[in-house]
Design a protein around this ligand. Structure first.
Ligand code: C2E
Ligand code: CA
Ligand code: CA
Length: 858
């Protein structure tokens, strides 16, 4: 599912790139971009996450959080100096009590103004509405407000509430609006300096104050479409999408505030102090003096980033309107006069690149770091660095988004992790191919989409098994084996038509689904191509390896069957086994094979019963000394006396027992029974050279960790002389993992057991290992002995094996001696022992005992 999403996302992305760039290098470029994105899915994840986040950001989804970060950074920064150009005359709670009225009379205001004017202030700003006369003292106030350095407020308000005008006798050039723009969370972060409509222009109170203050220095205001300019200093208009903002109203000319902390905004004196002359005249001279109320009851209070820090107690930390004006004025003055920097922003494309970089960092981290702890700390470090960078830039007056890139990083990392988790459960780590479960899903989908109406079309599964892979793995090492599998996977992939699922379903097993196949020939042709490709030598560790494969094929619509993917896979598997058994390279599934497979299952369950019901017996076949012609010992051979089927040959059931692990309890019983029998014969027929009992070990038994302990225990229980127990392991078992075999054989040899190599000549013995095996006996395989009479050549082989064994200090047993002439030849070649129908077939214990009594000589 995720894979489909991934490929379609990939296509969508590449197609959009294609349309954007109209590139001429496509479709080649298209394919390589697609390949690249599929190879590194974290790139795709980063781009997709970015896309979604950008949309979410665009609709303002992240604004609130970015503002929280802005507030935090604002509170963290330290301004060392206080604004010295501004004095605030505050009307406090105490002043209201002194005057015994909440709204100061015109008289009091006029007196205050007069008292200030005596000390030559540069500008006096009256942050108190005087649209309605507050007698007494109207005339006095009117006189005071005539001074050209006095600026008053009006309120633009909104349409519903209407506007609060300034007193009509004050010239409009000395009026500024006291409106603030608040963010959606009611916090004041922006300063609307200047606004306009078709007829009029509007100056903020602080802009008026500042311009008045700067008048003497000839620093006048200039308005252009994209910025305000005071003297040489430019105030760029806040644009939508600046910094962490996305969806705020940027009407008029606004700038973002760079706050001084509340106690550094300005010097303050109270109204009563001014009226009583209790202030330093120097704090007024050539300064901007602002008169306004800070009394709590006035409700003229605003939330700032500083109030946001105090949860639940915001009101306490709100800033009085007059102080806000002082703050705004101070910002204008320090920008113009102290060259202090306004907050700057990155252009939109840079913010997107910034987000993208962090998405990529998140994706890369999650792609390469597999351990959860490592991944966790890396993400932590990345987020801390991101925050560090944002902070540093903020100190340098830059506001760059933090939340958007942080989310890009975390979400991309999360997506990549999820994708990886999905990948681990559905893909093979070594070859990167789908595994069985994903393959079955894909196959089922393909099969169901083949239209029912066209029975001519069907799906086919090719089951591919690399022959002798185990040998290669063990001779060249597992790493080389892995390399081989990767190369094989690539070769198979190259032969599979596009969009047909391919999977690795076992160590050396691959499956391919071919959809919409017309006939078996088409499948055969593809299988041919695949097998031919795999037959080409593969270079491993500078050596050329030749591989062969067995392929089983099952087709879905064959014989009109409607079939499930898992059944089809099972059938292809069965067909592959059949191909192996028949020594063919390829086999098409037929229903009869299913019967074989079912009967094998049946055999397995019956075998379990047989162990319970003790249906096994041992037969004994004599091994004869060719020197003396007398019985030297016996080989124990297991027989299954099935209640219904009768005799089942070990060739049939030993492999099943081996595969299912039943061989372990069964082998233990065989060993115990054989030892007990031989001990009995030792008691009965005492000889100078005691008889030897040969017991076959299967490969599973041989590698079983408890083998040594079990043998030890059995020998103690049955009291058999150690030297008279001979263990037979086949040549191929010894060679499949030489080092462990040698190790195990050495441990068995330490127990004084006799060891023999069975079926010698049929495996792939490397002669260089043979001398390291601490074995006593080589059993020449029956096939060589039986062919001995055919010609000199086969006799030569037997001769060579015998002399090889002798050179390595081992005795030789010839298996399958069936004729007198074979016996004679073996005697001439100096072979020590013989075993075969010529002497006797395997027989029941009591028959063997009778034979011992007769003590025959050959
Ligand atoms: P093997 O160990 O090579 O056993 C010798 C096989 O050759 C026996 O077959 C025996 O009956 C057969 N044989 C002996 N002399 C002649 C002869 O002159 N001509 C011919 N044509 N055959 C001869 P069997 O008993 O059917 O066993 C087959 C294989 O099954 C054994 O091969 C051995 O690999 C396995 N097996 C038998 N019994 C046991 C057992 O108790 N444990 C294990 N692990 N494997 C067993
Ligand atoms: Ca044997
Ligand atoms: Ca044998």
């Amino acid at each position: 599912m995720i894979h489909i999403v991934l490929t379609s996302c990939c296509d969508a992305l590449v197609i959009s790139l294609k349309t954007i760039y109209q590139s001429t290098c496509l479709p080649h470029g298209y394919l390589s971009v697609r390949k690249y994105l599929l190879k590194y899915p974290f790139l795709l994840a980063s781009i997709s996450v970015m896309g979604l986040l950008l949309i979410f950001r665009q609709i303002g989804g992240l604004d609130t959080w970015e503002m929280v970060i802005y507030d935090y950074l604002t509170r963290r920064q330290s301004h060392t100096s206080q604004e010295s150009r501004i004095l605030v005359v505050e009307i406090t709670e105490q002043d209201i009590r002194t005057q015994q009225r909440a709204i100061m009379s015109d008289q009091v205001i006029a007196e205050t103004l007069a008292s200030l004017q005596m000390h030559n202030p540069a500008v006096v700003g009256l942050d108190i509405f005087r649209d309605i006369p507050q007698p007494p003292g109207n005339t006095e106030l009117r006189e005071q407000l005539k001074f050209s350095n006095v600026v008053v407020i009006n309120e633009l308000g909104d349409l519903a509430e209407g506007m609060v005008p300034a007193p009509d006798y004050v010239l409009s050039e000395r009026v500024g609006f006291n409106d603030f723009v608040l963010d959606p969370d009611d916090i004041l972060r922006r300063h609307l300096m200047y606004a306009f409509d078709e007829e009029e222009t509007f100056y903020s109170f602080s802009l008026r104050l500042s311009l008045k203050y700067l008048e003497k220095q000839k620093k006048n205001l200039k308005v252009t479409p994209s910025f305000l300019q005071i003297g040489e200093t430019v105030f760029p208009r806040l644009r939508p999408g600046a910094g962490g903002y996305q969806s705020i109203d940027t009407a008029g000319y606004q700038v973002l505030l760079r706050y001084r902390s509340p106690d550094q905004i300005a010097h303050r004196v109270s109204l009563t102090e001014v009226l009583n002359g209790q202030f330093d005249p120097a704090s007024v001279e050539n300064k901007i003096v602002l008169i306004g109320t800070t009394a709590r009851t006035s409700k003229d209070y605003f939330s700032t980033p500083y109030s946001a820090s105090v949860e639940g107690n915001r009101a306490e930390h709100k800033l009085a309107g007059v102080l806000v004006h002082a703050q705004l004025t101070s910002q204008i003055l320090s920008t113009v006069l102290d060259q202090s920097q306004l907050i700057w922003f990155w252009p939109e494309w840079m913010e997107i690149a910034w987000m993208m970089s962090w998405a990529l960092i998140g994706g890369t981290i999650a792609w390469w770091l597999k351990h959860p702890m490592e991944l966790g700390s890396a993400v932590g470090i990345a987020l801390t660095s991101l925050f560090g960078v944002c902070w540093m830039l903020f100190v340098l007056a830059g506001w760059v988004p933090f939340v958007a890139p942080a989310l890009s990083l975390v979400i991309t990392a999360g997506c990549v992790m999820t994708y990886r988790a999905f990948h681990v459960t559905h893909y093979d780590a070594l070859t990167g191919l789908p595994n069985r479960s994903l393959f079955l899903q894909q196959a089922q989908r393909t099969i169901t989409t083949i239209p029912k109406k066209t029975p001519a079309l069907s799906a086919a599964i090719l089951f591919l098994d690399l022959n002798r892979f185990k040998v290669i793995n063990e001779s060249f090492g597992h790493q080389a084996g892995d390399q081989l599998l990767i190369k094989v996977a690539r070769r198979i992939k190259a032969c599979v038509p596009p969009n047909n699922p391919l999977a690795r379903v076992g160590g050396n097993e691959f499956v391919v689904l071919l959809s919409r196949i017309k006939d078996a020939e088409t499948v055969a042709a593809i299988a041919d191509e695949m097998q031919a490709a795999l037959n080409e030598p593969i270079c491993l560790n500078n050596q050329e390896i030749f591989m062969t494969t067995s392929v089983g094929i099952a087709m879905s619509a064959i014989e009109g069957r409607e079939i499930q993917a898992d059944t089809l896979l099972r059938d292809a598997h069965t067909a592959m086994y059949r191909a192996k058994a028949l020594g063919k390279s390829r086999q098409l599934f037929a229903n009869s094979m299913h019967t074989v497979a079912v009967s094998r299952l049946q055999l397995e369950s019956e075998l379990r019963q047989a162990i319970k019901h003790r249906e096994f017996v041992l037969n004994y076949q004599p091994i004869v000394s060719l020197k003396t012609g007398r019985i030297k010992g016996f080989e124990a051979l297991v027989r299954w006396q099935h209640p219904k089927r009768g005799f089942v040959s070990p060739g049939q059931f030993i492999p099943v027992a081996e595969e299912t692990g039943l061989i372990i309890p069964m082998g233990r019983w065989i060993l115990e029974e054989a030892c007990r029998q031989m001990h009995g014969w030792h008691q009965k027929f005492s000889q100078s050279q005691p008889l030897v009992i040969g017991v076959n070990l299967s490969s599973r038994q041989f590698t079983h960790p408890k083998l040594i302990d079990e043998i030890e225990q059995i020998l103690v229980e049955t009291q058999l002389d150690h030297r008279t127990l001979k263990l037979e392991i086949t040549e191929s078992m010894a060679m499949s993992d030489v080092e462990s075999a040698i190790d195990m054989l050495l441990r068995l040899k330490k127990m004084n057991l006799t060891l023999s190599i069975d079926d010698f000549g049929t495996g792939y013995s490397s002669l260089s290992y043979l001398h390291r095996f601490p074995t006593d006996i080589l059993k020449v395989d029956r096939s060589f002995v039986s062919r001995m009479e055919n010609g000199d050549e086969d006799a030569e082989i037997v001769k060579t094996i015998i002399s090889l064994g002798h050179n390595l200090g081992m005795g030789i047993v010839a298996e399958g001696v069936e004729t007198e002439s074979q016996l004679e030849t073996l005697r001439l070649l100096g072979c020590e022992y013989g075993q075969g129908y010529f002497f006797a077939k395997p027989m029941a214990a009591k028959d063997a005992e009778q034979m011992l009594e007769r003590s025959p000589t050959w």
